[in-house]
Design a protein around this ligand. Structure first.
Ligand code: NAD
Ligand code: UDP
Length: 336
């Protein structure tokens, strides 16, 4: 079975390539390396002992992508390629809609042209906006609060309409919560450009000495310790979820929408403590103002994903921090 992985050199994509290769799939990656390095794919090959076919191209380059479809016969596509920084999306909405929405249009058009109708799409818990209640279920109202989230919701809507028109598609929409951690080999992990926006990479870089301290964005939320609560899901668990989604989709034509998260809410302070335990390092921090647009708490109800896929995350916050720390220690400058 041949799988096209768009954005496969990135953080979640590279971990998913490992799971695919280890399960016996052939993997073709397309990525323009805007936010990644082809080194990640070399490391995936080292971990698995298997080869990846890699095309460096922009998903919006229809001619180049058409050629990839001509040269390969795909049984399915996992679509990670996109831009993902919430704050940046407010400043560069055109780029976000162009890459995330237009890029997905091009991909789906070529899939239709070449008769490949199995697609797993990376959506985000951001589509829920600020939920009225937690844990979050898949049928909760959708109300994204920024261009990034809205671009994801647009693609979801587009995919639903494609399916309504032709029910022979097999479409999985996966809404991730907070992916974190790294492969336990220490060979691949998250390698953000510049100053990390996300909590775990920031803590890791404090631990390795790149920053003096963590700034905690607010301690006056109505949560168990006042700091923001999120659902941190180990990236390897998430990657396995993609494989299980592909397998579930192969059984019948359908459109599936699933939340993928750990089902547990952890505060910023909880994660600091878990990281200190994993690294035996003190993580200095100061409390600063709330970050604009942040919500107090978000975590998922895992019941539906478990029922539909038989998927249950295996790793907890301690394992997330142990693996993130191993990756950070082995690669203080990422893939450079
Ligand atoms: P990432 O940036 O590490 O991976 C995305 C990959 O897409 C990168 O390798 C990048 O170079 C590539 N890419 C970007 N624009 C492209 C283009 N125009 N053409 C071809 N390739 C392009 O991000 P990630 O964390 O691995 O996220 C993967 C997907 O999951 C994204 O769609 C993201 O929106 C979604 N997601 C991520 C998170 C998260 O917190 N990491 C949460 C929810 C959803
Ligand atoms: N956070 C923080 N300091 C940082 C980065 C994040 O206090 O440098 C907090 C943030 O306010 C939120 C949680 O950590 O409560 C997770 O933030 P992240 O950006 O990783 O995920 P998201 O908010 O997009 O779910």
């Amino acid at each position: 079975m041949n799988i096209l992985v768009t954005g496969g050199a990135g953080y979640i994509g590279s971990h998913t390539c490992i799971e695919l290769l280890q399960a016996g799939y052939n993997v073709v990656v397309i990525d323009n390396l805007y936010n990644s390095s082809s080194q990640s794919l070399k490391h995936v090959e080292k971990i698995t002992g298997k080869k990846i076919t890699f095309y460096e191209l922009d998903i919006r380059d229809k001619k180049a992508l058409n050629k990839v479809f001509e040269e390969n016969c795909f049984d399915g596509v996992i679509h990670f390629a996109g831009l993902k920084a919430v704050g940046e999306s407010v400043k560069k909405p055109m780029e976000y809609y162009n890459v995330n929405v237009y890029g997905s249009f091009i991909l789906a058009e070529l899939m239709k042209k070449f008769g490949c109708k199995t697609l797993v799409f990376s959506s985000s818990a951001t589509v829920y906006g600020e939920p009225n209640v937690i844990p979050i279920k898949e049928d909760f109202p959708l109300s994204p609060k920024n261009p990034y989230g809205r671009s994801k919701l647009m693609v979801e809507t587009y995919l639903r309409d494609i399916f309504l028109e032709n029910e022979s598609w097999h479409i999985g929409i996966l809404r991730y919560f907070n992916p974190a951690g790294a492969h336990e080999s220490g060979l691949i992990g998250e390698d953000p450009n510049g100053i990390p926006n996300n909590l775990l990479p920031y803590i890791s870089q404090v631990a390795v000495g790149k920053f003096d301290k963590l700034k905690i964005f607010g301690d006056d939320y109505k949560t168990h310790d006042g700091t923001g609560v999120r659902d941190y899901i180990h990236v390897v668990d998430l990657a396995k979820g993609h494989l299980m989604a592909l397998e579930a989709l192969s059984k019948k034509s359908q459109i599936l929408t699933l939340n993928l998260g750990s089902g547990r809410g952890q505060s910023v302070i909880d994660m600091v403590k878990a990281f200190e335990k994993a690294s035996s390092k003190k993580i200095p921090y100061e409390i600063v103002n709330r970050r604009l647009g942040d919500i107090p708490a978000s975590y998922t109800d895992t019941t539906f994903a478990e029922k539909i896929l038989g998927w249950k995350p295996k790793y907890d916050e301690n394992k997330i921090c142990e693996d993130a720390w191993r990756w950070q220690q082995n690669n203080p400058s990422g893939y450079e």
